[in-house]
Design a protein around this ligand. Structure first.
Ligand SMILES: [Zn+2]
Length: 392
């Protein structure tokens, strides 16, 4: 198990650990590549490789023949030598993923966050789903490297605590020590970070490792954004990604915002803002809805023209707001995420168009705008990547 290697305190094992990380990072590596990196005699390298193979952490993966010369033996990690949980907690749902050491998802559970989901109930449900996934996939708890959690901010990363997030449907989401609760219950290391930051980390790590800057925007009950520049996250100390939603769009005569100001972007683009823009008398069958996200998505499928128009009107505002961010941050790629982005193609295209039309395009800079790559799994995958790099 990978944990056995990482738990070794003997300093002599440090190079062996670095060798493992090197093989993990490069997926498939020859001895020549390893010797070039570590500058160690072949006999030492062979001893370390034997050790990693005996521990069941690496294996020979095949042969390469780069220049038509003698084929070289390649080494790769064993994906099943350890497992990681990646969890995403948003105001609409919770995703729990079990991943192997290649960050391949081997099991997934989800639940919708309702008015009944107090922190206590949510934490219990997460623990239950972790236990179920371990049992279903026959993974022993001892094989777990850690549990990475991405959540709505603001939060205290060091203490692993959600502070006072906006708009959770249930009571009690104030200073919730998520890291301590899950660590105490399962005796596995836990890390907590902002969900938006972890989502952009996943895109950077798997999709665009050579792209110098990415802006990631998730639209839902709030607008959460994150920005990564050459591998470094631009994150606020309190892990809050929601301040982007309070950019003023109509500061003088705008709609009142929960922050006390007027005309913030949020007041035009969030699920609640879209619902508020639909007058109940426009919809004869209108009933107050408990789960706005589900309602909007189902009405898109039902082709409800009033709901669709309200969503499309919000797209222009979102595009203008993101174009303002682009003017300051100059990303090479903007990644869009959120249930409406995935459920309603016209909305996604309208947001893209509004960003392109409203950004400054002085030197014919090319700005790519894409949908996120891993759908609703993105944040949880990013959380797994982060805990892996913290622990390994
Ligand atoms: Zn505001």
């Amino acid at each position: 198990m990978l944990k056995d290697l990482m738990n070794q305190k003997n300093e002599k094992m440090n190079t062996t650990k670095s060798l493992y990380r090197f093989i993990h990072r490069h997926k498939s590596v020859s001895k020549i590549d390893m010797q070039t990196e570590f500058k160690i005699p072949l006999s030492t390298l062979n001893r370390m490789l034997d050790q990693l193979e005996t521990m069941g952490l690496i294996r020979k993966s095949g042969l390469s023949d780069p220049n038509g010369g003698r084929p070289r033996v390649l080494y790769e990690i064993l994906p099943t030598a350890g497992y990681i949980f990646g969890i995403a907690i948003s105001r609409s749902h919770v995703t729990v993923l079990l991943l192997n050491l290649r960050f391949q998802v081997v099991g997934e559970k989800r639940f919708i966050v309702t008015r009944l989901h107090t922190p206590n109930k949510t934490m219990k449900e997460i623990q239950k789903q972790i236990q179920q996934l371990l049992a279903e996939k026959q993974v022993d708890k001892d094989q777990l490297i850690g549990i990475g959690i991405g959540a709505v901010g603001p939060l205290n990363r060091e203490k692993g605590m959600i502070l006072n997030p906006e708009a959770f449907p249930a009571e009690g989401w104030l200073n919730v020590p998520i890291k301590d609760i899950i660590e105490d219950a399962l005796s596995v290391p836990v890390s907590l970070n902002n969900g938006a930051d972890l989502a952009v980390l996943a895109e950077y790590y798997f999709q665009y490792p050579r792209v110098e800057s990415i802006l990631y925007c998730t639209i839902g009950y709030g607008l959460r954004c994150s920005f990564i520049q050459e591998g470094s996250l631009l994150n606020k100390k309190d892990g809050d990604a929601s301040s982007y939603g309070h950019i003023a769009i109509e500061a003088i005569n705008g709609r009142p915002c929960s922050c006390g100001k007027k005309g913030c972007l949020n007041t035009y683009v969030t699920f609640d803002a879209i619902m508020d823009s639909i007058k109940p008398n426009d919809l004869p069958s209108f009933q107050p809805v408990e789960n706005i996200a589900e309602y909007l998505v189902s009405e898109i499928r039902n082709d409800n023209p009033i709901v669709k128009e309200a969503i499309m009107n919000s797209a222009l505002y979102l595009g203008i707001g993101i174009a303002n961010m682009v003017k300051i941050l100059h990303p090479k790629i903007v990644v869009l995420d959120g249930q409406l982005v995935h459920a309603y193609q016209d909305y996604y295209l309208e947001v893209k168009k509004a960003i392109q039309e409203n950004r400054i395009n002085q030197s014919n800079d090319i700005l790519e705008i894409r949908m996120n790559s891993f759908g609703e799994q993105t944040t949880a995958i990013g959380a797994a990547v982060q805990i892996y790099h913290e622990k390994i």
